[in-house]
Design a protein around this ligand. Structure first.
Ligand SMILES: Cc1ncc(COP(=O)(O)O)c(C=O)c1O
Length: 380
């Protein structure tokens, strides 16, 4: 009998880094549900598991609780019938649409199965030479197993005390062996954002020495513009974008890289069929999503309302929150007496883990207002 292991998005725990802490916290959560650890993620059945029917409130992986957009759903239904054909025309149309959205050319774009594939490909490109890569700590580090697996050494640079990425310290950490610097902006898990001027100044210096990979997975939740207009002047800049967050297509797996055409060419060589990992259904969904501006606006608005509510409630409970430019909030449990994870488990809420043991920092995804009310009720 085969087992389907169900994980919840890219930011899950079955990835090696931080696994022990996660298991500790999740073990508590699972104990609260009265389930043995792996049982809660496994279906002892070969039929497709009905994940949607799971009773959890998922506030773990920074997914969009409102998506996919109505237009994307319609496009997906239509293109199911085209799934017997390769989707080259559709991926070309998606590349054109994405390029146009950024005022760039098709040569500036490389599609991937989620931005995870873009992060992995960039790590592969960087690892053609031995050396190191630099990442803030904590930051979005699941992809870094690819980089270390390929032989790059990981250099972690602590965040500033205000939980912002320390760009100055990251610059100082660069040495002659540095092949890649990763900037998650806004940063996951903290939700903090570095402004454009500071990033441009950083890029001017760091870009002369190494690839600079800027992950803009959550930028669309803020008012800040993408750095995409800078790629023509900076061959070492790679921007990772995703349809998983504001567009609500995490399960469809669509992301892309924006870079100088020469860099896109180099990145493309890491794949036997560049752009080839997007299904017709996913490509159709992404194209339709780009046309559904109303969905993006309403997601942003509802996210802001639920985020403001959640932050106010957490602060009211004495839980310190970091101002967030994203669809999640980073907060410290150091002054919170009850067992936070047991409370979540009792309410069937999937949160995440502790990131910094010393301050007991954790993160919660912003779901719908109703879900956030249930979250607040659970921990009150
Ligand atoms: C900062 C960041 N980058 C990249 C990803 C990967 O997302 P995807 O592969 O779905 O585009 C995530 C997922 O949570 C993320 O938080």
């Amino acid at each position: 009998m085969s087992i389907i292991i169900v994980t919840y998005g890219a930011d899950t725990a079955f990835m090696t880094s931080n696994r022990r802490t996660w298991l500790k916290n999740t073990g508590l959560a699972i104990a609260g549900l009265g389930l043995a650890p792996l049982e809660s993620f496994a279906f002892t059945d070969t039929r497709v598991a009905d994940v949607a029917a799971q009773p959890f409130i998922r506030l773990r992986s920074n997914e969009n609780p409102y998506g996919p957009s109505p237009m994307a759903r319609e496009a997906m239904s239509k293109y199911i019938n085209e799934s017997n054909r390769y989707g080259w025309q559709l991926t070309s149309a998606l590349i054109a649409a994405v390029a146009q959205a950024h005022g760039l050319a098709a040569e500036n774009i490389l599609l991937g199965a989620g931005s995870t594939e873009i992060l992995d490909i960039t790590a592969q490109l960087a690892a053609r030479q031995t050396g190191n890569f630099i990442i803030a700590d904590p930051s979005y580090d699941y992809w870094t197993d690819t980089a270390t697996g390929l032989g790059l050494q990981k250099i972690k640079v602590p965040l500033r005390a205000d939980k912002h990425t320390d760009l100055d310290a990251m610059l100082k950490a660069i040495n002659q062996h540095t092949r890649l610097v990763y900037i998650c902006n806004p940063n996951n898990p903290t939700g903090t954002i570095s402004n454009r001027e500071s990033l441009v100044a950083f890029l001017k210096k760091a870009g002369t020495q190494a690839l600079v990979l800027v992950d803009e997975a959550y930028l669309d939740f803020s008012d800040q513009q993408s750095l995409s207009s800078l790629v023509s002047g900076h061959k070492n800049l790679v921007i990772a974008k995703t349809f998983s967050k504001i567009y609500g297509l995490a399960g469809a797996r669509v992301g892309y890289a924006i870079a100088h055409p020469d860099t896109i060419n180099d990145l493309s060589k890491m794949r036997s069929t560049p752009h080839g990992s997007i299904s017709v259904v996913s490509a159709a969904a992404a194209i339709a999503s780009l046309q559904d501006g109303g969905f993006v606006t309403s997601t942003r608005l509802q996210n802001e309302q639920a985020k403001t509510y959640t932050a106010q409630q957490l602060e009211g409970l004495g839980i310190r929150c970091i101002a967030s430019a994203t669809n999640f909030i980073y907060f410290s449990l150091s002054g919170y007496k009850p067992d936070f994870f047991a409370r979540l488990a009792q309410a069937n809420i999937l949160g995440t883990r502790i990131y910094e043991e010393d301050g007991k920092w954790s993160r919660i995804t912003i779901g719908t207002m109703d879900e956030m009310k249930q979250f607040v009720e659970a921990i009150r």
